[in-house]
Design a protein around this ligand. Sequence first.
Ligand code: GDP
Length: 729
Amino acid sequence: RGKKSIERVTELMKDPKHIRNIGIVAHIDHGKTTLSDNLLSGAGIISEELAGKQLFMDSDEEEQARGITIDASNVSMVHEYEGVDYLVNMIDTPGHVDFGGDVTRAMRAVDGAVVLVDAVEGTMPQTETVLRQALKEQVRPVLFINKVDRLINELKVDDTEMQIRLGKVIDKVNKLIKGMNEEAYNNGWKLDASKGTVAFGSALYNWAVSVPFMQKSGISFKVVYEKCRAGDMKYLAKNSPLSEVVLDMVVRHLPNPLEAQPRRVNVIWHGDKETKEGKSMLACDPKGPVAMMVTDISFDPHAGEVATGRLFSGSLKRGDGLYVMGAAKKENRLQQVGIFMGPKRVEVEEIVAGNIAAVTGLKDAIVGSTISSLMEMTPFESLKHYSEPVMTVAVEAKNMKDLPKLVEVLRQVAKEDPTLNISINEETGEHLIAGMGELHLEIITGRIKRDKGVEIITSPPIVVYRETVTGKVENVEGKSPNRHNRFYFTLSPLPDEIVALIKSGDVSMNQQALERRDVLIKAGMDKDEAKSVKDIKGTSMLIDMTKGIQYLNETMELIIEGIHEALAGGPLADEPVQNLKMVLTDVKLHEDAIHRGPAQVIPAVRGAIKGGMLLAGDSLLEPVQKIQITVPMDQMGAATSQIQGRRGQVFDMQSEGDTITVAGKAPVAELFGFAGDIRSATEGRAMWNTEFAGFELVPNNMVKEVVIGIRKRKGLKDQMPQPNDYLAV
Ligand code: GDP
C-alpha cells in the first residue's frame, strides 16, 4: 500500500501502456457512487473506513443532500494486475438525465467504460442513452451487474434463476451495443462472461465475481450464491473483493491510450492525419505538438480556473505557452500542471500524452476547447449533446450592488456547464438561464447562491420553444436602412438527413471543406450547394450561391452576424430558430465601404431572414419528453391518464409480474408538477423517469395563444407578427 502513493502515480503516468482512462456509466440509483467509492478505497487512495460513510466523488454539498452525482470529477488510482502496476484514471459521470451533457464530455476524455446495470431493474432508458454516448465516442464497454445481493436475498431467486437473469441482462446490453455500433460489436466488443468482459456482484457489500476470477480463485458460482444467501458478505468481500475483480476486468479488457487513440482520433478529429499533429495523436506521442481537448472547467478558490481535459499528443509543463483554438491567437501560459486524486488536485512536473490533465492558466479556454502548442490546428469535433435546453429561469440580483458580481458568476457558470444557455443583459439586469429541466436549473441557481454567495431572485421556470419553417420562400429581399445594400435569400426547411448529420458532428464547419462537401452530396444535397456552405449555426445552414459579386467576401462576416442574430430569436416569439436552410441568391452592395458597414448589413440580413420565415410558413416547436412509468397492475389507469391528460400519448405498455410499465410522451409545457401529481395519483407507488425526446410542432389551434403569451412576457408587441414588420424599411 505504501508505495501506491502519489510518487507511484506520477511514475506510471509517463508510461501510457500502463494507463487506463475510464468512466462508469449508469442509470440513476443503480449504484455508481457506491461502486466508485469502493473501487477507490480498494485501490488504496482513500481508507476503507471513509468509503461508504462519505460519498467520495460527490464533493458538492448539493449532490450529497440529494444523493445524486452531478459534476464529472476525476480520480486516479493504482491497481496491480498480474504483478504489474497500472494507473486507472476514473472520470465520474452524472447519473441523472438532466445532466446528459456531462456524460458526453466525460466520454471524450476516456477510452473505456464500465457499464453498470442493476440486476433487479435491468437496463433502463438512461442506460441506453449513456451507452450510446460511449459507443459514439468509440469508448469500449465492459459490464458490471450490480445489486446481485438483492436478487438473492430480496427476490429470493434460486441459483439457476439467477444465472438466467444475469444472462438476460448481458443479452440486452449486447443487443444495444450491436444496434449502436455493429462494427465494434463484431470486432470484439461483444460482451462475453466467459471471456471476462462481464462481472457481477454487490457494490454495497464490496464483492464481485467474474468467470476468470472464479477460475483463478477456485470460488464457484455456487459458493458465491450460498454465502450471499447466508448473509456472509464479509467472506465474499474478503475472498472476492470488488475492486480486485472490477479493476482486473478494466485493466485486462479496456484499451490503453496507445491502443485506443488511433480508433478514437479517427472519429473525434477530422483534420488531416498526415500532419505532424495528426500523426502524433494517432501514435499518442509525448514528443509531438500539444493537442488537448478541454472536457471540464472548475473553479478553485486559490488557483482560479482549472481546465481538465484529455491530452492526446505532446506534453504539458508549467510555463508552456499554448493556444486555444477559436480564441484570439494569443499564448496562454500554463501555471499549474496536475492531476485529480479525489477532490484534491496534485501538482506534477510533467504530463504526457494519454493522460487526463488538470491545468491552470488557460484563460481563454471553455469546455470543448482544443488546446495546442501550434497556433493553428483543426479543432476536435465539438461535443454533441443529446439534450437541448428546454426550460429557462430568469434571475436577478437581490441587491443592485451585486449586479456586477452576478454577471461575473453567470459567465463562470456558463463556462463550467456548456449545456446551459445563458443570456446576460447588463442593462436590464435580468438574465436568462436555459437548462435541461427543472432539476438542472434548481441545482444551478442553488449553486449561484451557495458557492458563489450571490443573493438572487429566481422566476418560475419557463418552457423554451423553437421556431422553424415548414414551407419555402424564394428570393426574399432585405434592404439596408440606407437602401444601398440588398440581400436576397431563399429559405426552406433543412432536410432531416442533413440535420441529423450536423447533430452527429459528421457535418461541421470544423471539418475540411472537401470532406464536408462529399458528406453532403452523399446525403442528397445539390453539388453546387454542397460546396458553397458558408456557415452552420445550431442546425441551420447558410449557403452562398452568388457568383462574382464584388466586395461580398469582405462583407460575409457581417452577413453571418446578421444571420446569427436572426437565428438567436425568430420572428414569431424571439425563440431560437432551428433547421433552417438559407440560400443567399443575390447581393447588391454599395461600392463605398463606409455605406456597407455593420449598421447597414446586419439589420438588412436579419430582417430578410425573419420576414422571410414568416412568408415561408413559420411554425412553432415545443420540447417533448419521453415518460416511462412503472406501477402495480391495478394502478395502470392512473398512470396512463397522467400522460394522456397532459396532451400526451401512450405508445407502449409492458407487464412484468404484477407490475406494468407505461411508456409515452408529453410536451414539457404540460409537465410542471408532474412529480407531485403522479405520486398522489398512484399513492406513491409509481417509479418513473423522463427523457428529452426532441421538439415537435405546437398544435395549430394553440400557436397563437402560445406566441402571444411569450411575446407579452418578453415585452414585445402583443400581436401576431407580420412579414412587413421585418421586411419594410
Ligand atoms: P447512483 O445514483 O448510481 O450513484 O447510486 P448510488 O450509489 O447512490 O446507490 C443507490 C442506492 O442503491 C443506494 O441506496 C445504495 O446504498 C444502493 N446500492 C448500491 N449498490 C448496491 C448493492 O450492490 N446492493 C444493494 N442492496 N444496494 C445497493
